[in-house]
Design a protein around this ligand. Structure first.
Ligand code: GLY
Ligand code: MN
Ligand code: MN
Length: 489
């Protein structure tokens, strides 16, 4: 019979329950100082005698007892650095006093029970939030319920409208559902403030409840990046560029879309990127005409163009980079004409990424080039018809979200946006069939600076001849052969 090794068991249990502080892990996350100064910036933008309440993202179920990988609400992460569910952040515009304590914010976290820890580790908890996230005023989620905040004393209670996908059931208690229920009942119990009018259908506190302003305030903060954020974004973008380069070298007509995706994502992981910032898009030929094609199932890309739109997520920040390459290493005449037209449109768009510009101007600059070019090539009969082949916008902010929060105003220094014109000519389009199945998007991540646009994704070749040259290079994947598992028995 096997002897039980007591010491080993203890070590295993301690490790599983996360009682050893983890070392040998990345340390280049946003600093607690960053999150603190962001909360201060929010506080100073809040109206007098107001309170802002943020809830963590819900857990989303995949199947049975398996959940999707948890992703924190970007505003919550931006302000706290906490990546765990069932949490609440409360930010007060002015200092509050309670029980002899003065504070202007409070964080409520989920304190994991012993059984939960066996499966999922210790988590941050109250102590971790104080020691590692730099919060002084931290409580258990249960305290949010047992010692309810008196919201009636504020002139404004700001929060984001709840979306209907918060699960009531769950082992963790109090869970997000319970925290939200508590909050709702607190604000619904507030009497109508004297002299304030409310319509018959609204809850009593309606006149002081504000579910709109917070979005604008948070967008104002998040749309301009700090140096600390830009460092992480640059890393995410450059990792994505190396992915594009390695695929350019490895690509051949026999490769599948899935394998192509795998090479990109392997590069991401090799650099320590946690996830993809959005589902990876790899579309050969006509598949590239589907703007967010994420099936990636074609078994052989053949001699077509392969449109690859992928972004590594690094320490929470995502890149968004697209390259379109000829699978066999050489653009056909038609492919090159379309590719170079998109390139010229992108150049015009990038040139418009200046302080005082805006996404509309960038879009127009790129769109004008595409429309004129399509007309000259005889693909369209009029300029307006160009929209059929370029049906999406040219530019969006990136950051914690791939389509990052912003107020769509004038460009300011240290905003970072994509410039991504495209031309998509699906099979059966009303033009000469020699153009059918050609889809090209070129997408770069452009920083707005005092000295003009800076292309963070310049590392990945973008000109048609530079791509062809890169594709001539040898690849480490040329030798990456695996056993055939489908051999007859
Ligand atoms: N990757 C999605 C987009 O380019 O917006
Ligand atoms: Mn994009
Ligand atoms: Mn993209």
């Amino acid at each position: 019979m096997m002897k039980i090794n007591v010491k080993l068991c203890l070590l295993l249990v301690l490790t599983m329950t996360g009682m050893f502080a983890q070392t040998n892990v990345p340390t280049d996350y946003l600093s607690s100082e960053f999150h603190k100064t962001r909360r201060e910036a929010l506080r100073s933008s809040m109206p007098e005698n107001s309170v802002a309440v943020f809830f963590s993202n819900p857990i989303r179920n995949r199947a049975n007892d398996v959940d999707y990988i948890y992703h924190q609400d970007p505003n919550f992460y931006y302000l706290t650095g906490l990546k765990e569910p069932h949490s609440v952040l409360v930010v007060y515009s002015e200092a509050q006093e309670k029980g002899g304590k003065t504070f202007d914010e409070a964080l409520y976290v989920y304190e994991r029970g012993e059984r939960y820890k066996i499966y999922n580790g210790a988590g941050v908890g109250v102590k971790g939030a104080q020691e590692n996230l730099g919060f002084t005023n931290v409580y258990k989620g249960q305290d949010f319920i047992d010692e309810p905040i008196d919201f009636s004393k504020f002139d404004k209670i700001m929060f984001k409208e709840f979306e209907g996908d918060v699960r009531k059931k769950g082992r963790e208690q109090p869970n997000l559902y319970a925290l939200i229920e508590q909050f709702k009942s607190s604000i619904n119990a507030i009497p109508v403030p004297e002299g304030k009018e409310v319509d018959a259908e609204s809850e009593p506190a309606k006149s002081i409840v504000d579910t709109k302003s917070l979005r604008k305030l948070m967008a104002g903060l998040r749309e301009v990046k700090t140096a600390e954020e830009l460092k992480l974004i640059k890393k995410a973008v450059e990792i994505s560029c190396v992915g594009q380069i390695e695929v350019m070298k490895a690509m051949h007509p026999g490769m599948s879309e899935t394998e192509t995706q795998g090479i990109h994502e392997m590069v991401f992981k090799k650099y320590g990127s946690e996830y993809e910032g959005y589902p990876s898009i790899v579309g050969a030929g006509n598949n590239g005409c589907v703007l967010h094609y994420i099936d990636n199932v074609k078994l052989q890309v053949g001699n077509e163009l392969v449109l690859m739109d992928l972004g590594a997520e690094y320490r929470g920040y995502t890149a968004d980079v697209t390259r379109t390459i000829p699978a066999n290493g050489k653009f056909t005449q038609e492919q090159k004409l379309i590719y170079d037209l998109v390139y010229d449109a992108q150049e015009a768009g990038i040139a418009a990424m200046v302080i005082g510009g805006n996404a509309r101007k960038t879009d127009k600059a790129a769109r004008d080039v595409v429309y004129k070019g399509l007309l000259e090539l005889g693909i369209t009969d009029s300029l307006e018809q160009g929209r059929t082949y370029f049906p999406h916008g040219t530019s969006h902010h990136i950051g914690l979200d791939v389509h990052d929060l912003n107020n769509w105003g004038e460009f300011k220094e240290n905003m970072i946006l994509t410039v991504e014109p495209g031309i998509y000519i699906p099979e059966g389009s009303p033009c000469d069939e020699k153009w059918w199945g050609i889809a090209v998007r070129i997408e770069d991540d452009i920083l707005v600076t005092k000295n003009g646009p800076v292309n963070y994704s310049a590392l990945a070749p973008r000109k048609s001849d530079e791509i062809e040259k890169m594709m001539e290079q040898e690849s480490i994947f040329d030798k990456f052969e695996l056993p055939n598992l489908d051999k007859a028995e």
